[in-house]
Design a protein around this ligand. Structure first.
Ligand code: M6R
Length: 586
């Protein structure tokens, strides 16, 4: 779950690399480092904020280099464990994203041969293996091929060699690696964000491929060393999409972007949409799989496909997908939902399903991501880069796309048209921020929160709780409103705030009864609804909309609530502790 970038060309590498890892920071942010090459390899590393450390990384000279931002897996958060890692004499430097599963065995072997390790990481073995094989063959490509043959696990890594300052190499297996193609320059990185301001031309490496780049030549090979011809894709993201603009945090900017991003999610290729629906309707079995916030969208998809499109389906957490693998066969469609398209649990689930003959459909935001490329069909969220670790705009875009699919599959064009005016409702719900700030101020010191809702509001209750946990570090639980009385009610007392998702639809009266049960036990009720009721201690009121669309509207004040509670408690909103945006480990 780290971010890597490499550069080779005519410009000074250090400023590009430093800015690059800042853009990749959402993939991990506990330590950072870069290495450039001039007459020798020079390295700067630090813990914590990128660029801050004992010496200035911009002092590094050279027109080629590699950099890394880390989310620790093996070895603590120390300067020694920060990447780049080097071979014994510092003549080879590597940065790595992934996990080398057999690193202990390799470390023993290499140590016995006299290699000297300076970190506790799994990654360092790559540098020493490369050294071992390079010393034998004096050939970069052969050393690389021999190294990847030896390592087990997942990796995308980049390497520079002291002996050849005009070359940068990379390899990928089950972790992303893309190459930005500039004029007499190449950028090798975990995704396009760190180089999109220099070039929008991209070569996507497939699994089990290596790249060898000089400033004006890029060659791609498979793991057997056979050259592979690749095409260059033009990607669409604008540079501005990835900046904070006037907002204090990316998370807040992304919350506010939702009035336009939900519109963008509707721009889908008609034929592709229909093919997607045909595949879902024609399948013998449909399983939806995803993780975290995307799974909450998956729960709603299950509800809408079953209820509106009359397609029975199951939603399974990607990390639990193995439990139902025996039910997957050629007649099965697996719909995977993922913002990044790089979540390891999701990729593992879809790969397993593919092996059993299932067709893989995906809803992703990142075009060219691993999930996108490994799927039979993909639809894109079109919501631009989401930098805040907490998913916000990608969630509402997922919901819009799910509605679009459900209505198209059910042949309900009237509802599709209604979706087109949803942005106006989102604009009006964004105006509740002042009320949300007032509520956040009142409850920010409380340590336990509950969120309840029935039917389509239940996944939103789960999502509200997840947002609050990850942004403000407050314990929160999302519950089906009807379930509270089966045990959790024991936790409710006169200090407990309960957020009730209760707009006026067919769940209204039953949810109200459940709310009264909590109120009778002293709970403080925060209502999210289009109508007031005396049971609410606080109310976030929004306009009446088409009933089916309430989940999209009501989640926005919950995102704002989590954001402002986090600000009130002094948490780092864009970079919550212990988390990373793309979870590329299982
Ligand atoms: O990129 P994905 O949608 O596959 O990511 C899945 C989860 O890791 C992600 O939604 C995570 O739960 C977010 N931090 C939630 O805000």
């Amino acid at each position: 779950m780290c971010g890597i970038i490499g550069y080779i060309g005519d410009r000074d590498a250090a400023p590009i690399l430093l800015k690059g890892i800042e853009k990749l920071e959402y993939r991990g942010y506990d330590s950072w480092g870069l290495a450039t090459i001039l007459d020798k390899i020079s390295i700067r590393k630090g813990i914590g904020k990128i660029g801050e450390g004992p010496s200035d990384p911009l002092e590094l000279k050279g027109k080629a280099g590699i950099a890394h931002t880390r989310w620790a897996t093996h070895g603590g958060i120390t300067e020694e464990n920060a990447h780049p890692h080097t071979s014994c004499k510092g003549e080879i430097a590597i940065v790595h994203n992934g996990i080398i599963e057999n690193y202990q065995e390799l470390r023993r072997l290499l140590s016995d041969e006299g290699h000297n390790f300076t970190s506790q990481t799994d990654s360092e073995v790559i540098a020493h293996l490369l050294e071992r094989y390079y010393n034998k063959s004096k050939n970069i490509k052969n050393a690389l091929l021999a190294t990847i043959k030896k390592i087990k696990g997942t990796f995308a890594f980049l390497v520079i060699f002291h002996t050849d300052p005009n070359v940068i190499v990379g390899a990928r297996k089950d972790a992303p690696l893309v190459v930005g193609v500039g004029e007499d320059e190449f950028f090798l990185a975990s995704d396009v964000l760190p180089f999109i301001e220099y070039t929008d031309k991209v070569v996507f490496l497939d699994n089990l491929e290596i790249a060898i780049a000089t400033k004006n030549l890029l060659k791609i090979f498979d793991f057997k060393g056979k050259e592979v011809k690749k095409s260059v894709t033009q990607v669409a993201w604008e540079v501005g999409d990835a900046s904070k603009k006037e907002f204090a945090h990316y998370t807040l900017k992304e919350i506010y972007e939702q009035s336009s991003t939900i519109k963008n999610a509707l721009y889908q290729d008609r034929m592709k949409l229909e093919d997607f629906c045909k595949a879902i309707k024609g399948a013998k079995k449909v399983f939806i799989t995803a993780a975290g916030t995307s799974f909450h969208a998956g729960l709603l998809a299950r509800y809408f496909f079953s209820k509106i499109s009359k397609v029975y389906c199951e939603a399974i957490l990607a990390s639990e997908f193995g439990q139902i693998i025996d039910w997957i066969d050629e007649g099965t469609v697996v719909l995977a939902i993922s913002q990044s398209g790089e979540t390891a649990d999701v990729l593992h689930a879809t790969r397993e399903a593919k092996e059993k003959g299932a067709r893989i459909l995906s809803i992703v935001n990142v075009m060219g991501s691993t999930l996108d490329r490994e799927s039979d069909f993909s639809l894109y969220l079109n919501c631009g880069p989401e930098i805040g670790v907490a998913a916000t705009k990608s969630f509402t875009a997922q919901l819009v796309l799910i509605y679009l699919l459900a209505f198209t599959a059910a042949d309900k064009p009237v509802y599709v048209n209604k979706l087109k005016i949803l942005d106006k409702c989102v604009e009006s719900i964004l105006k509740v921020e002042d009320k949300v700030i007032e509520i956040a101020e009142k409850y920010k010191d409380i340590n336990d929160f509950f969120f309840i809702g029935r039917s389509t509001h239940y996944p939103i209750a789960l999502e509200g709780a997840l947002k609050l946990k990850e942004l403000s570090y407050i314990h929160a639980e999302g519950m089906a409103a009807g379930e509270l009385k089966h045990g959790t009610l024991a936790l409710i007392d006169d200090r407990t705030p309960v957020v009730v998702l209760n707009p006026e639809d067919d769940t209204y009266h039953e949810t109200l009864s459940n709310t009264l049960e909590m109120k009778a036990r002293g709970a403080k009720i925060i209502g999210i609804s289009n109508i007031d009721n005396e049971v609410y201690d606080d109310l976030i009121l929004f306009p009446k909309v088409e009933e089916l669309f309430y989940p999209i509207i009501e989640v926005i004040p919950l995102q704002m609530l989590a954001y402002h509670m986090a600000i009130g408690r002094g948490a780092d909103v864009d970079r919550p502790r212990n988390l990373a945006k793309s979870v590329t480990v299982k």
